[in-house]
Design a binder for this molecule. Structure first.
Ligand code: ADP
Length: 323
């Protein structure tokens, strides 16, 4: 029998669509496995402050289709200190919590790892629109974000077409370009600027636009990942050099909201279920991850050391397809 009888669940860092589906899965499968589940509000902050409550089957009713997170999320600076982590662990003890499921991005998983280092049992679930968790091919919220950006870009394309303009779209992703690259391919962008690849303004932005114009193009889409620069200055410079009217759009937080797609709901459900299954089996200090399209669990220390590379073939394909 596992000694893990009561588990806590929290969401942390940037919110992502599908986090609710993950919470729901943790609660329902946790209870199914005979455990008590406690919700921790506002991420690590709520853990430190004891903002913790018991969750039952009905406490996660009607949330699977909702964006955001019912448990709320904050960024907690205290948790980057040993004192903060120790406070969190002692509060978990006060509430009788034996293990914590942390749903969040890279920072949140580092917080979970620190909890583990100080003796708390944890499971991490990658949840971020950025898809920038090295150990996992997929993070909860990524697919919804891609679809939201794609929808916005289709609308922007209509007006770029009508006015024969160049539209420069800045998308989220922090230091990663997964959103930019994939939406770039899906929308046939002329130029995709990624933080992972250094770029030369004339060679990588101006040249493909001019060449496109010479081949008969009349409107242009440039996608820039936020980690690679700002859309406003890029649009200004394109207009200055090419005389093609250019407009910048910064999509901002619209990318983080909205009803999760089927893929996000299903992935979140599977990952949440995997987390409680591990805990029920007495296995902890793991990150649930998608690897070679299969759900696996990876030691949390190893998971945070793992990096993943941008696919060069995808970058090359994006260039060929936009000719
Ligand atoms: P995300 O989880 O989306 O990457 P953040 O990077 O803001 O978002 O991290 C969320 C929270 O995780 C932070 O507010 C902090 O409490 C905790 N955290 C972030 N980085 C670390 C770290 N290096 N070590 C421990 N905890 C961290």
């Amino acid at each position: 029998m596992s000694e893990i009888k009561t588990i806590g669940v929290l969401t942390s860092g940037g919110d992502a669509p599908g986090m609710n589906a993950a919470i729901r899965a943790v609660v329902r499968t946790g209870i199914y496995h005979g455990m008590t589940v406690k919700g921790i509000n506002k991420g690590f902050n709520g853990l430190i402050n004891g903002d913790i409550f018991k969750m039952d089957l009905r406490s996660v009713s009607d949330i699977i289709h909702k964006g955001g997170t019912i448990l709320k999320t904050v960024r907690c600076q205290d948790f980057k200190t040993e004192e903060g982590i120790r406070k969190g662990i002692s509060m978990a003890e006060v509430f009788g919590i034996d293990a914590i499921v942390v749903i969040g991005g890279d920072g949140s998983l580092r917080g979970a790892r620190d909890l583990a280092r100080f003796g708390m049992k944890v499971i991490g679930i990658p949840g971020t629109i950025d898809n920038d968790i090295g150990c996992s091919e997929y993070t909860i919220g990524y697919d919804t974000c891609l679809n939201t950006v794609q929808d916005a870009l289709d609308k922007i394309r209509d007006t770029a077409y009508s006015h024969e303009r160049c539209s420069v779209l800045e998308v989220m992703g922090r230091h990663a370009g997964y959103i930019a690259l994939n939406v770039g391919i899906a929308s046939g962008a002329e130029v995709i600027i990624l933080p992972e690849r250094p770029f030369d303004f004339n060679k990588d932005i101006i040249k493909p636009i001019i060449e496109g114009r010479n081949r008969g193009k009349k409107h242009y889409i440039v996608i820039i990942a936020e980690g690679a620069g700002g859309a406003v200055s890029v649009a200004e410079k394109i207009e200055e050099i090419t005389r093609i009217e250019s407009r910048a759009t910064i999509l901002g937080h619209i990318q983080r909201g909205g009803s999760p797609t089927v893929r996000d709901r299903v992935m979140a459900s599977i990952m949440g279920a995997k987390a409680t299954e591990l805990l029920s089996d007495g296995i902890y200090n793991k990150v649930v991850a998608l690897k070679e399209n299969r759900l696996v669990s990876i030691d949390i220390e190893e998971a945070l050391e793992t990096t993943k590379e941008m696919d060069n073939d995808m970058i090359e394909l994006s260039r060929i397809l936009s000719l």
